[in-house]
Design a protein around this ligand. Structure first.
Ligand code: SAH
Length: 649
């Protein structure tokens, strides 16, 4: 709940606007402000105070208890010019709240948290549990001090700046890898990939991948991107092996960022991120108590030297989906309970099958099989609870799952920055590896966070781009594959997903496709049934294209032509238009939009008879109306429906 506090009439107006915009999420605290702030501070997760920052500082100062428990506080001035994130920028969500409040009230967000201001993701915003000296390590990351990254595996982390580098390979600014620029790697040259890191990163020096690549022995036969990836994996493995044998102690001095599910001693200048790597399979007799289940899980993890904070899920057989002790144990850990049918579990090979669960629920193993059902490595074989005196009622087993990489397929929109969606922007900044056509990368280069590894290539390298993006995600990275307009429309989404297996997470971000951008400029040409047809016969036989144009012509559907004409393909557009002209009047309106939403964009409204194909190129879409489409006041309008139009008029 967000508590709203105001003192004056102007403040109350703004307060009520916010309350109206967010019904059910806000509560107004009336009365004397000191008391109102006090109550809201105690009762709400967040506060918006329509008061001067000075007043709010004095009011909340005596109430402050600590970063972990204090609510996020945002101040909005009486003139609604600024929304200031005052307290709890990350933990309390005040930075995001300031942005959201600004969206509603039209004021400017003021965010002073260093990590946001300098464009480095805060360690506490990665979404994983963090232990240790968060402030000191964050400071080191921001100040450009060397920070040693020690990761058990490649996880889809956001980009980290160049001064954060794997153990033993501290990034050295100015190495040849760091200064080399260049385009996407060709054959087996890991250093070229590293060079791209440098090009992408605003800061100096290398980066995680670069340091890895610099130390890598090129892997024969793999593309450079893969070589860098393999290198990073090898380093991570080496680091983890060393950590496992107790020899992984990082020399005193540099700050350490460790990513591990293991219980480790944490140094003064060290932070441990807990990745969601562990799955605990659980079996329980009817009526088993939550304390017994939870106690067993905690003991099993502790004995194996594993952190309970890395548990991503509990897993069991579906017959136990409602078993109160298991459900409660999952709730205490704050993780979901995955369930599998007895048939699914019975098919999984386990080290310790037994007769009891076979008789009770139809599978020789619940704990081990459920833990292993999603793949991974069995770290703790089945063990039973030891309730003391009574018969054991719970079993558990622990599996470490392979990290799942993340592939975001992101549409950038037609060109204008304000037609790039906020979600697209977020995904681009979330990714540590960006894959795309060079001209699209140029469109968003300024948005990239320092440390982003950019793998760009020229026209025609679609399949290689798709393969590279998927390979990087399979290696565990957070990858964004970008395309103009919508990335699924005549673009990268299909070749990428045709390559992708189910061991990565895929996120699609829709973009404004050229047809929609052009339509908005022309008027309302897509008001009734419409179709897009690409006239490029490079990958599609012309007979197929012609058949589709003919079908659209006969069905009287509005047509948007993508890829209408290039230097080497000049007869297809006239041919397509002539097919449409067999079914539509010469006066049928035709919109021609070039570079929609870009600074040099143009648009023309003409007719089927008057269109000069020579004025059309590859930066253009051509929208041909149906038989009901009209030019009205210089705009192209396709009526919503033939009948609707008559009835409505
Ligand atoms: N994924 C893109 C389409 C890629 S196909 C999208 O969803 O928009 C490339 C074709 O799209 C170009 O030949 C052109 O016909 C069209 N196109 C892309 N951007 C455009 C723009 N800003 N203005 C006009 N046409 C555009």
């Amino acid at each position: 709940m967000i508590g709203l506090i105001s003192a004056t009439a102007a403040g109350a107006v703004a307060r009520d606007r916010l309350a109206a915009a967010w019904p059910g999420r806000t509560r107004v605290y009336d009365g004397p402000v000191r008391e109102a702030v006090g109550r809201a501070f105690a009762e709400c997760e967040q506060l918006v105070c329509f008061l001067a920052t000075g007043a709010v500082v004095r009011l909340v100062a005596p109430l402050l208890a600590g970063k972990a428990s204090d609510p996020g506080v945002v101040c909005v001035d009486e003139a609604q010019r600024h929304a200031v994130s005052l307290l709890g920028g990350h933990g309390g969500g005040a930075n995001e709240l300031a942005l959201a409040v600004s969206g509603v009230l039209g004021c400017a967000p003021v965010i002073t948290t260093a990590t946001d201001a300098t464009d480095v993701p805060g360690l506490d915003t990665l979404g994983w549990p963090v232990e240790g000296a968060t402030a000191a390590v964050t400071r080191a990351v921001l100040d450009g001090d060397p920070v040693t990254l020690v990761a058990d595996a490649v996880w889809p982390l956001p980009p980290l700046p160049a001064n954060v580098a794997p153990a033993d390979t501290a990034a050295v600014p100015g190495t040849d890898a760091a200064v080399e620029g260049g385009r996407a790697p060709g054959a087996d040259d890991a250093r070229r990939t590293a060079g791209d890191t440098e090009r992408a990163g605003a800061g100096a020096g290398g980066g995680l991948a670069e340091a890895a690549a610099a130390a890598a022995v090129p892997v024969g036969g793999l593309p450079g991107a893969m070589a860098a990836t393999v290198a990073a994996g090898v380093l991570a493995e080496a680091a983890s092996a060393a950590a496992g044998s107790g020899e992984g102690r990082v020399p005193a001095g540099p700050a350490v960022l460790r990513v591990t599910d293991r219980l480790v001693g944490i140094g003064d200048r060290e932070v441990v991120l807990r990745p969601p790597s562990l799955v605990v399979g659980v079996g329980a007799s009817r009526g088993a108590r939550a304390d017994e289940v939870s106690g067993l899980i905690e003991e099993a993890l502790a004995d194996a030297g594993l952190s309970v904070r890395s548990v991503a899920a509990l897993a069991t057989v579906d017959a136990k989906a409602d078993e109160a002790g298991i459900v409660e144990a999952a709730a205490r850990l704050g993780v979901p309970l995955e369930t599998y049918t007895a048939g699914e579990l019975a098919r999984i090979d386990v080290p310790n099958p037994s007769g009891a669960p076979l008789a009770a629920v139809g599978t020789p193993s619940v704990a081990e099989a459920a833990a292993l059902a999603g793949g991974g490595e069995l770290l703790v074989p089945k063990r039973k609870s030891a309730p003391g005196g009574r018969a054991a009622m719970a079993t558990c087993a622990v599996v470490r799952r392979r990290p799942r990489g993340r592939l975001a397929v992101v549409g950038l929109g037609p060109g204008a920055r304000d037609l790039l969606t906020p979600r697209a922007r977020e995904e681009i900044r979330r990714a540590s590896v960006l894959v795309g056509l060079d001209q699209y990368v140029d469109q968003i280069r300024d948005l990239l966070r320092p440390g982003t590894r950019v793998l760009e290539s020229g026209l025609g390298a679609e399949e290689e781009r798709a393969r590279t993006a998927v390979a990087e995600a399979r290696a565990g990275h957070a990858v964004a594959l970008i395309g103009s307009g919508d990335a699924g429309v005549y673009a990268m989404a299909s070749p990428a997903l045709a390559e992708a297996s189910d061991d990565i997470d895929v996120v699609g971000v829709p973009g404004v496709t050229a047809a929609l951008a052009a339509a908005a400029i022309l008027g309302a040409p897509l008001g009734h049934d419409h179709v897009s047809i690409s006239l490029s016969d490079l990958h599609t036989p012309w007979e197929v294209i012609e058949r589709r144009v003919r079908a659209a012509a006969e069905a009287d559907i509005v047509v948007t032509f993508y890829n209408p004409r290039s230097r080497g393909r000049d007869w297809q557009l006239p041919k397509a238009l002539s097919i449409l002209a067999e079914h539509r009047e010469p006066t049928t309106p035709v919109g021609v939009v070039r570079n929609a939403s870009r600074p040099d964009g143009t648009s023309r409204l003409t007719t089927l008879a008057a269109l000069d194909p020579a004025t059309v190129d590859m930066m253009t879409v051509v929208v041909v109306g149906n038989t009901a489409a009209r030019e009205i006041a210089g705009r192209m309008v396709t009526p919503r429906g033939y009948r609707w139009q008559t009835e409505g008029s």
